[in-house]
Design a protein around this ligand. Structure first.
Ligand code: SAM
Length: 203
């Protein structure tokens, strides 16, 4: 397929930037499909840190990883992704290759527990600090439910104001498909974050 769905495109981009031995983050582990994908990308010498606020999500993910013999490369953390800086060891700050967000609610569970714009933006700011230069953040956004629609517009508003010397942000979205398919916001770190403009008074 030339124009893949948003989630498939996010996997393509992540596969492109990662290599065995990398350290990456799954910011929303949910049922663990993306966590398994990331664990495959980084191989047996790499590491995936996975966050979720629901213990059910972490249990399901641990089972899936165990079945696929991938559990050893993953460290699952029962906490909100907005706190990721506290949980990632200092030696990995500035060395994270990719951070994946798959927003919304846990499929097959309580739909009222969903990602929220303010905590998602706090997590994205943390992720920009943790990324290595050239690292990638992918955010799959579901605007088909009311909270998702608000989250999408808040994210676009926040991201469109970021300094292009620090980060490039692109959006991939179908305009003519029924059923509100998800969109992808991809961010590539280009400079230190927050970007420090050179001080004109220093020559
Ligand atoms: C659409 S699901 C993720 C799907 C998952 N990536 C997969 O492959 O199955 C979204 C998840 O985000 C989690 N979530 C909501 N708020 C969160 C937060 N502040 N920090 C981390 N996870 C959160 C939900 O509990 C839910 O499991």
């Amino acid at each position: 397929m030339i124009l893949p769905p948003a989630l498939a495109l996010s996997h393509q981009l992540i596969r492109q930037v990662t290599q065995p031995g990398d350290i990456v983050i799954d910011a929303t582990v949910g049922n663990g499909h993306d966590t398994c994908f990331l664990a495959e990308c980084v191989g047996p010498t790499g590491k995936v840190y996975g966050f979720d606020i629901q213990s059910l999500a972490l249990t399901r993910t641990a089972e899936r990883l165990l079945q696929q013999n991938l559990l050893e490369r993953v460290h699952l953390i029962h906490a909100g992704h907005e706190a990721m800086r506290q949980f990632i060891p200092d030696e990995h700050h500035g060395a994270i290759r990719a951070v994946m967000f798959n927003l919304g609610y846990l499929p097959g569970s309580d739909k009222s527990v969903t990602t929220q714009a303010d905590t998602t933006i706090a997590a994205l700011e943390a992720a920009l600090h943790l990324l290595t230069l050239g690292g990638l953040i992918s955010v799959v956004i579901y605007s088909g439910h009311p909270a998702g629609k608000m989250e999408q517009s808040a994210l676009y508003q926040w991201a469109s104001q970021l300094d292009q010397q620090a980060v490039h942000v692109a959006v991939y979205q179908f305009l003519n498909q029924k059923g509100n398919p998800p969109s992808l916001m991809a961010m590539e770190k280009k400079g230190d974050f927050p970007f420090q403009k050179p001080n004109p008074s220093i020559h």
